[in-house]
Write a protein that binds this ligand. Structure first.
Ligand code: SF4
Length: 76
């Protein structure tokens, strides 16, 4: 049941990302790099950033979004 719920969440995220206007989307390279940094971050828990409460796969898809840490610690 839980796996199925998680799958639904990620399908919903993918679908929302697909519907974003291209001008607002991070390019693929930038997106992959952001997620790599999140994967190594101690603030990531089950796909959610504990600093902002966002699913990082969604937050990282926006060109203008930034890692929410203070400027000196920002990871992307
Ligand atoms: S957005 Fe920043 S603080 Fe949040 S998990 Fe990713 S790297 Fe860590």
């Amino acid at each position: 049941m839980r796996e199925s719920a998680e799958k639904d969440v990620y399908e919903d995220i993918r679908s929302r990302i697909d519907r974003l206007p291209e001008k607002d989307k991070a390019d693929e390279k930038q997106y992959a790099l952001r997620l790599e940094r999140c994967k190594e971050c101690e603030n990531l828990l089950s796909g959610v950033c504990m600093k902002c409460g966002c699913y990082v796969e969604f937050r990282a898809a926006f060109k203008r979004q930034r890692c929410p840490l203070p400027s000196s610690d920002k990871k992307w």
